[in-house]
Design a protein around this ligand. Structure first.
Ligand code: CO8
Length: 259
């Protein structure tokens, strides 16, 4: 699978499914068609056994400079309701496989929101993050006020969201928005290295760990612990658990099947 759609490129390398945003002439401004192509691809990757991890990158000089302002400028509230476009964004959050974002240049507005949908985020040192919506007379609508607040806390999120100011990659790293900072020329290589590492682990463990961590974000510790224990027990019915522990005891490399 190596395809160029209208606004994204998609291809598979080893066990990694890659999505590259591809509207470089507008710094990958996200329009409705692009989001639907991203979601369609994520759902294909989620259903393909050979794909273990998904990587999201931006083509050109930015990850994404926000939602497409040209598409939004004249739209009415009723039209927005009718389009129900956030349904596609909700589907991103339903993705079972881990999604790693590799951002560079700008991750603004909807581009920052897309980055926040990722489970792990790498950024090049030159990346600037921002929610400029407030300066345009709107506000984030694809999870920005919620995900940023959960990630960095109320007061800090409030400052970035109310000022619309740019956050450097270094600050984003210090606040825990970004996992790793990488030189620009190495961002894809480093991201693929990390994705490959995760992709060699048993797929069902990876899947249930992701699910359990996401549960932690939205539940009490007691509810989360119950969920974790169910998933822990569940893994003992997988072939990979038997293989992993047998291989350890036999002092050999495990052969995982994703079952
Ligand atoms: N929408 C449409 N076009 C854009 C966007 C955008 N968000 N960002 C950049 N472009 C276009 C520019 O208009 C320009 O086009 P042209 O060459 O035809 O003039 C081209 O991309 C290159 O941009 P610049 O010349 O401005 O490049 P600079 O390096 O000078 O500046 C910036 C880069 C600072 C990123 C600047 O382009 C900018 O400020 N862009 C707008 C950023 C912004 O306000 N983003 C937030 C948009 S609102 C939003 O995201 C709401 C999300 C709601 C939920 C999601 C729903 C889908």
């Amino acid at each position: 699978m190596n395809q160029q759609l209208d606004h994204i490129n998609r291809w598979i390398e080893g066990n990694i499914g890659i999505i590259e945003l591809n509207r470089p002439h507008v710094l990958n401004a996200i329009n409705r068609k692009m989001i639907s192509e991203i979601v369609e691809t994520l759902e294909i990757y989620d259903s393909l056994e050979e794909v273990h991890v998904v990587v999201l990158v931006g083509g050109g000089r930015a990850f994404a400079a926000g939602a497409d302002i040209d598409e939004m400028a004249e739209v009415s509230s009723i039209e927005l309701e009718r389009l129900n476009q956030f349904r596609d964004w909700d589907r991103i959050a339903e993705m079972k496989k881990p999604m790693i974002g590799a951002v560079h240049g700008f991750a603004f507005g909807g581009g920052f929101e897309l980055a926040l949908c990722c489970d792990i985020l790498l950024a090049s040192y030159d990346t600037e993050f921002a929610f400029p919506e407030v300066t345009l007379g709107i506000m984030p609508g694809a999870g920005g006020t919620q995900r940023l607040t959960k990630l960095i806390g109320k007061n800090r999120a409030m400052e970035w969201l109310l000022t619309g100011e740019r956050m450097s990659a270094q600050i984003a790293y210090e606040l825990g928005v970004v996992n790793r900072l990488v030189p620009k020329e190495l961002i894809r290589e480093e991201t693929f290295r990390l994705a490959t590492k995760i992709s060699t682990n048993p797929a069902m463990s990876v899947r249930l760990i992701k699910e359990s961590v996401l549960t932690a974000v939205d539940s009490t510790i007691l509810e989360g612990m119950k969920y974790e224990r169910k998933n822990f027990s569940l893994l003992f019915s997988s072939e990979d658990q038997k293989e992993g522990m047998r291989a350890f005891r036999e002092k050999r490399k495990p052969q995982y099947k994703g079952r």
